[in-house]
Design a protein around this ligand. Sequence first.
Ligand SMILES: [Fe+2]
Length: 565
Amino acid sequence: MNILGIHIGHDSSACLVHDGQIVADVAEERFTRTKHYAGAPLYSIGYCLEVCNLTMNDIDMVAVPIGGSLPALNFLLDLKGSRQEKRSRMGRAEQSVRRLLKKLRAKPPVYIKNYPLPDSVPIVHVDHHLAHAASAYYTSGNTEKQLIVTMDGSGGEVSTVIWRGENGRIEPLQEFPNEGSLGWFYSNVTEALGWWHGDGEGKTMGLAPYGDSNKARGVLDRLCPKFSGGQLVEPMQFQGPFVWEQGGALQWHFDDAYEIESLIQKYGREHIAAEAQFVLEEQTREIIHPWLEKEKTRNLTCAGGVFLNVKLNQRIWESGRVDRHWIYPNAGDSGLAVGAALYAYHQAAPSAPIGSVDSLYWGPEYLEKDIESVLKLRQLPYRRVENVEEYVARQLAEDKIVAWFQGRMESGPRALGNRSILMSANRKENKDIINARVKFREAFRPFCPSLLWENRHDYLEKARDEFFMITSFTCKENKRDKVPAVVHADATLRPHTVQKKFNPRYWALIHEFGRLTGEPLVLNTSLNVMDEPVINHPREAIRCFYDNGLDLLVMDNFVLSKNHC
Ligand SMILES: [Fe+2]
């Protein structure tokens, strides 16, 4: 059974689920090169069909997480008559998004290829939070009863939903309206700090450990909803949102940010960031712990953009209340296509087993001949290196900065060794060098490590299998000065543990680096520069390479160097 998942909205995306397995998944921003692109995912659908060698005639079902721009489906799938999407199941915030996309009701111009859906193929609509819940539950690999928590800014005018996952079914237990949105609260602080709502929240989280929340304790309380005993006890009347489109992406503003900005003037940026993080963690605890008790389970499964906050996830894990904690790694809205498709599959096949996820390499791949032809066309000097893993390990041991491009692109926001920039983490100053020379971003921003799965207990306190950089852990004390470039101000690191069977080339590189330096761990950051989506195509990798201070670009076995080393 082939199910095409289509998400249209913030972080538009498409996926292909074949007999319950995710076989392709990509966000449209990787093709349009506009971060958080919100238009119709034309390229993503084309990619999903092509990589699986399918046409629309091979699709058994289309699954859609209900969003703010369903009429765009008419254009994408060439829907006619009664099949046309007209209904409005959205609130005020999403209606303003819909108005922006109204023009897509019209038929496309002849030069744009869309994907006519045969009349017999059903379209399954899955609510926004249910799609988030399904993305996590049906990939958890856990057949026991679970508490599922989905937390967003807002989806379908709902901010947070508590679910029970049991016997392959997902059942809602409690939902909270937008007035309970911890996501909006955190994003408002992010806006007040001068960063984009729905984009810069990771910066707020990165800044927080430099501050002391006690120095701003309580000052954000009136700007945040309050929970107690698993219930919303003080709703927050948010002053917004005001939504507009910029360059194909949706942007948000809340007037609450003005008040927070004045608090920042008074108390300091890092202390307000620290307090925002503290409030988020405290309030989330007030939601999750009582529901774990009520449901009598120690299995927690999460999705929704708020769970991209790795410090929050660490706090939940270290609470001791959870034995199994699974967060769908593509927790934000680009994971909705997968969630909707998995939900549709398990509705159609109720006795199908709950799946698990080994890797996120579901994006486009470029073969050696494709890469070489891109290099030749541009008349670039390059050479082919046979043992490229050993070669790159030696370069990293000499503190070179290497762009590492191979295989299928990662789904979700994290680079996991296929579209990565690598550097040795063994010198503290490497963090500043890479921030200043390559990523062009704020000096406080931390970097994360990729390390061999076999060595996880050498580096991580309370380690668990964590393959997708979705939770931070405290770094073992004896390792903090061994890999200082990836240890954050609060002595944590956010690891990607690498298993040989899922990425043998990358594993071999790190293994060799460990043999040379004693630390089987490298600094790994996504292959892009600030405010740009992760790189997809070799030509974008080349453009990135010559646009910043990278030393080497390695694409499969081809090596480009600025120093001719
Ligand atoms: Fe969402």
